[in-house]
Design a protein around this ligand. Structure first.
Ligand SMILES: *Cc1c(COP(=O)(O)O)cnc(C)c1O
Length: 345
């Protein structure tokens, strides 16, 4: 039997409908702008997020980096949270490849940056200072338990950005999870932003790819950045075809993943020795209480022997992620395995 894989929503394999669409996809050379399926995906993504234009990129990491390169020059400063994916998990690409200086602020437990902190971080016009160019947010906020940022908060940051002549970028890897959790259209969550990246390859199940959206002028710059990063793909319509199915069919069902995350959280909370953090979307963060003898890697190894994969984050903490290939029966089996490892063992 295939393991119950709760390590991430990146493990989602394409649906049968996606594989069919991929096999049938009309293609052309996308670097020449001639792949009709990529063009259709980009138009669809721009429409869904109510932006002028969009760019298909191989990964969320490249989407965020292309956005930062398009917004900022060398020596410019980007205001960003210390728990954001772009700071923690993208190899410092903004600094390494863009010469962009991160101005780090503390992410609050709800994933936000304090407005007062942002305002205080904006530099004045002085030859001693780098130029502040950008504010970057993340929605949903992965490391902050998958919490969604509200349209109201994002609008306040957008107003602050405009007031200081700054750009606003949203790493919306899971923006459709945020929309599902808050019961709003995704475009209302990104309306104040100049640019947004979202992943097709996570909960939306496509095999590869992310999309960067923004104004036509911004996307033209980002397209140049994608090329120098080696992301100019040719007959990429094969991949974009799955992305179209992802956008058309998979966004509304993310609520099911959220319901299963709640189910998992409730079941875990009932097992002695486990503490569960609040669950907002499809990410379930939990930890082993201090009195337990086993470490998280030991528990993860014992779960793996029972056909359940969950990522330990350190000695005590885990993250489990629900997605399309995790049904209620899988949650029940995962909980039974956890019970077996922690209580019966
Ligand atoms: C997954 C993720 C990314 C990067 O996506 P890749 O496609 O793995 O490069 C960026 N931001 C957040 C919040 C993510 O969860």
């Amino acid at each position: 039997m295939r393991p119950i894989d709760l390590r991430s929503d990146t493990v989602t394999r394409p649906t049968p409908e996606m594989r069919e669409a991929m096999a049938r996809a009309e293609v052309g050379d996308d670097v020449y702008g001639e792949d009709p399926t990529v063009n259709r995906l980009e138009a669809l993504a721009a429409e869904r997020l109510d932006k002028e234009a969009a760019l298909f990129v191989p990964s969320g990491t490249m989407g965020n980096l292309a956005a930062l390169l398009a917004h900022c020059g060398r020596g410019d400063e980007a205001i960003i949270g210390d728990r954001q994916h772009t700071f923690l998990y993208e190899q410092g690409g903004m600094a390494a490849l863009g010469g962009i200086m991160p101005h780090l602020l503390s992410n609050q437990p709800d994933g936000t940056l304090r407005l007062a902190d942002i305002a205080a971080a904006v530099r004045g016009d002085d030859a001693h200072f780098p130029r502040t160019r950008l504010i970057a947010l993340e929605n949903t906020h992965n490391a902050c338990h998958g919490v969604p940022l509200t349209p109201e908060y994002t609008a306040e940051v957008g107003a602050l950005a405009r007031c200081h002549g700054l750009r606003l970028h949203i790493d919306g890897a899971r923006i459709f999870n945020a929309a599902a959790a808050l019961n709003v259209d995704a475009h209302t969550l990104v309306a104040p932003a100049d640019s947004v990246t979202f992943c097709l390859s996570k909960g939306l199940c496509a095999p590869v790819g992310s999309v960067l959206c923004g104004s036509a002028a911004f996307i033209a710059e980002a397209r140049r950045a994608r090329k120098v990063l080696g992301g100019g793909m040719r007959q990429a319509g094969i991949l974009a075809a799955a992305g179209i199915v992802a956008l058309e069919r998979m966004t509304d069902r993310l609520r099911e993943d959220h319901a299963r995350a709640q189910m998992l959280a409730e079941g875990l909370a009932a097992i002695p020795g486990i503490e569960v953090a609040p669950v907002f979307t499809n990410l379930v963060y939990f930890s082993l209480t201090a009195e337990g003898a086993q470490t998280a890697p030991e528990v993860a190894a014992a779960l793996a022997e029972r056909g359940v994969l969950i990522g330990p984050r350190d000695a005590r903490n885990f993250r489990a992620v629900t997605h399309y290939w995790i049904d209620a029966a899988a949650i029940t089996r995962a909980l039974a395995a956890m019970q077996d490892v922690l209580v019966s063992a």
